[in-house]
Write a protein that binds this ligand. Structure first.
Ligand SMILES: Cc1ncc(COP(=O)(O)O)c(C=O)c1O
Length: 300
């Protein structure tokens, strides 16, 4: 599959406090973050000119950097304002926002002492990850041989670029085997998440989701848990073994990019796109399109 290059587009990218022409937003090959994985990022979505949960994403970017031992040199308020202005300047109605922060090029030792911290924000139109048919009828996952690491092995609470090595290996293997995405187990063998989204399962009228003790507890996951509780759907957060998957009727993924994405199969086990998935997907769609004070408005 060929993709349009991301480094040569029109418009501007916010880089270290300035709006620079898109193709000038570059960094040096001896960047510490590139060699040793010292980078954190966010993925945000724009709906009807609003950025959904902007403040939560910006806060998580700061917290992810702290987990990796560096401090972002712009306040959350500064980054929120820069993001809103960028989305306005780029004229994004429905799209994606990618903030990223990384350690600079002051030294090539593994030690990060003395490295500067840089931040960039880019945005582009990007309506959906999966096709309309996959969105409606569900995607197929294969269980990966790669696992989410233990909290004393990696900074599992951070949205850290280095952790996405595991996701890319898992996703590429799933793609090659003809699946849409991979399911990763954790270091203990419990069901964890997909490569860019959290996992939910439905048994009867109960919603189950893995305890997020070694992977990202996504902002969408929390939103869906809140919606479920509000709708009176019983929620169970617990450790789930892969052998239990066949006892569930429905399955879906949640994430900023994936939204509420039905899953129709994990390996050989098939699920239906049932009532609970549909109700929660509709509630989520209504929420992201309804103006809320905390979301911030990008259009003047
Ligand atoms: C590995 C992983 N897990 C979970 C999520 C879901 O997080 P959120 O709902 O905050 O987008 C993401 C998406 O960013 C992710 O990349």
């Amino acid at each position: 599959m060929t993709h349009e290059a991301l480094d040569d587009r029109h418009g501007v990218i916010w880089l270290d406090g300035e709006f620079v022409p898109w193709s000038d937003a570059r960094l040096h090959v001896l960047t510490h973050g590139l060699h040793y994985g010292g980078g954190v990022f966010e993925g945000e979505r724009v709906y009807d000119g609003h950025i959904f949960k902007l403040a939560e994403h910006t806060r998580r970017l700061h917290e992810s950097a702290r987990e990796l031992g560096f401090r972002i040199p712009f306040s959350c308020t500064d980054l929120d304002e820069a993001t809103l202005e960028l989305v306005r300047r780029q004229g994004i109605g429905n799209g994606y926002v990618r903030p990223v922060a990384w350690r600079g090029s002051e030294q090539i030792s593994v030690s990060s002492a003395g490295t500067s911290v840089h931040v960039a924000i880019a945005t582009w139109e990007w309506p959906h990850v999966f096709s309309a048919s996959a969105k409606e009828h569900g995607i197929r996952l294969s269980t990966s041989r790669w696992r989410r690491p233990a909290p004393d092995t990696a900074p599992v609470r951070a949205k850290a670029a280095s952790l996405y090595n595991i996701c890319t290996l898992a996703r590429d293997a799933a793609d090659e085997a003809g699946f849409d995405d991979a399911l990763l187990l954790d270091y203990r063998g419990y069901v964890a998440e997909a490569t860019g989204a959290n996992l939910f399962l439905v048994a009867g009228d109960e919603l189950h989701t893995p305890t997020a003790d070694c992977f990202l507890a996504g902002i969408t996951r929390q939103t869906v848990l809140d919606l479920a509780r509000h709708l009176g759907i019983p929620v169970v957060e617990r450790h789930i073994l892969p052998g239990e998957l066949s006892t569930f009727d429905e399955c879906f993924l949640t994430g900023t990019a994936y939204e509420v994405q039905p899953v129709r199969a994990i390996d050989d086990h098939e699920f239906q796109v049932g009532k609970t998935t549909t109700v929660l997907r509709e509630a989520y769609t209504r929420l992201v399109h309804s103006p809320a004070p905390e979301r911030g408005r990008a259009s003047a």
